[in-house]
Write a protein that binds this ligand. Sequence first.
Ligand SMILES: Cc1cc2nc3c(=O)[nH]c(=O)nc-3n(C[C@H](O)[C@H](O)[C@H](O)COP(=O)(O)OP(=O)(O)OC[C@H]3O[C@@H](n4cnc5c(N)ncnc54)[C@H](O)[C@@H]3O)c2cc1C
Length: 578
Amino acid sequence: MISTTSGSPSLGDGAGEFSFRTRERALERFQKEEFDLLIVGGGITGAATARDAVSRGLRVALIERKDYAFGTSSRSSKLIHGGLRYLQKFELKLVFEALAERSFFLKVMPHRVKSLSFYYPIYREGLVRPTLLSFGLWLYDILALFRSPEFHSRYSSKKLLAEIPFLKEEGLLTGFKFYDATMMDDVLAVETIRAAHEKGAATANYIEAVEPLWNGDRIVGFKAKDQVAGKNYEIRASQTVVCAGPWTDKVGVKLSNNWKQWLNPSKGVHLVFDHKRIPVPGTVVMSHPKDGRISFVVPRTDFGTGVVIVGTTDSPTPDDPDRAEVVADDVHYLMNLLNLSFPKLRLTAQDIVSAYVGVRPLVDDQSGEKVGVSLQKVSREHQIEEGPGGTVIVAGGKYTTHRKMAEEVVDFALKTWKKEFKKTGKYPLPQNIGTSHTKLPLSANLTQEETEKAVQSAQENKIQLPQELLERYGADALRICQMQSKDQTRPDPAAFPMLQSQLRYAIQKEMVIHLEDFYLRRVPLFLSRSDGGLPWAEALARVWAAERGLDEKEAASELERLKAELENRSAWKKTLKS
Ligand SMILES: Cc1cc2nc3c(=O)[nH]c(=O)nc-3n(C[C@H](O)[C@H](O)[C@H](O)COP(=O)(O)OP(=O)(O)OC[C@H]3O[C@@H](n4cnc5c(N)ncnc54)[C@H](O)[C@@H]3O)c2cc1C
């Protein structure tokens, strides 16, 4: 049995709290209020749509079936990028827009979005021509209006090998170095939802939209089920926006018996290694010699003690995204590519620290044969359409352009709504709808100014602020240090210098409901450690229960839940052995 200790003082109402208590208040609001917009799905699309809508003065509710960012939004390649590959098809507008967003994020969210160099080696037997790539990179820099962190440059094979000595030498002709950026997808999604909440949106995780509420021929909200307490709710809103990513069809069939399948999903697997094992100085682009498919080897020195994320694959997956899994073929594909690119490293599957799978929404060609057209190939990155009962359905897109996409979604929702009002005279639009206002940083705590103030205050109070915490939490690093538990029985894992306080913070300010939310989507504990952070689980379950005011029995059952989830996420290891 786990014994629990008392929790740290809560941040209290109005002090930036975003916790299980905030969630309870949202549930109360769901019962009492009528909203303008109900958003189904708490990935980055739903998050950004909520933030955009609430910034225009709309009354917004957002519900997420599992944890925020549970879906694709915690399983991407974690890049903010223009998308060099779109240049192959001269999709200049798309690239221009993505590069403008990249500049915006680099400037406004320097804690979250960081520049990163990319090395693109060119081989004699490869499918990429140096002149064409050189032209593409010029265009890339021009479309970025020369606001790239650095201008691209050409590398001789000698220079490439000097910087990446373990790169395959044979057939290496030349190469290029250019720049894009990285981010923390899960954290960014949670922060975007928190920012929407701070502006007045009612948002709750672990609430599933189960059945639409109809009024005549219009959908006016959803019956929803609380996955924690089992209670049912009726959430009423003039307009519903479905941002369910790969689950779009699963929500779609609830909207209409005649729902026509939108998606034919494909999965993308990433493998994670210790950075010391693959010590790349920047991202290395690997091009498959047979099919020319591009995969990345992305160093993340900000994840744990440093990892590289390798991916992604693109292969068929069951229609139900919940059943997507990492299988031996995915691992073999990426291992093979890695060993072609870095033969001297002699990597084996034993070197893999962790793996994850995300599902991409592929647009079904509607032929009935389910031959999907990959969004890698279609020109539009996302699709926004009017769905049954006046709903708005959105799927696809890129993390990089989530702000722009959200603006488009809200514009579209307002247009559809206006049309309905003109036709029926019902559901008048609210007065004084403002314009989108999402140019501010997500959280004041992350601004340079606030962080500097926190550093100064820490110095005055003789508090040591670990760099890892400053980078991750900005000014809130100080708050975390002040929350540090005294009942520490085991030293913290490397690079997670105050794990118990980080959990307390995540419960109070990042709406962690279950321990797995913390392990998988608030800190890269599972992703960056081959032990998955399990040795700390019992202590953390204790902290979790204390913060939530729960007893030992609940701490023990939460611990079991966490273990089961982490085991499930590591099931691919068994498929390799058999
Ligand atoms: C392998 C891969 C790598 C990628 N890499 C990048 C990258 O590096 N850079 C980039 O810019 N883009 C990248 N993308 C694209 C980007 O990750 C996605 O566009 C983005 O995360 C999609 O977010 P979303 O909110 O639409 O979907 P999701 O994040 O999947 O969110 C949908 C949410 O809806 C919830 N939901 C479903 N049904 C219900 C219901 N009934 N009730 C309530 N909630 C429900 C789900 O639980 C889920 O959390 C990548 C995509 C993939 C697949």
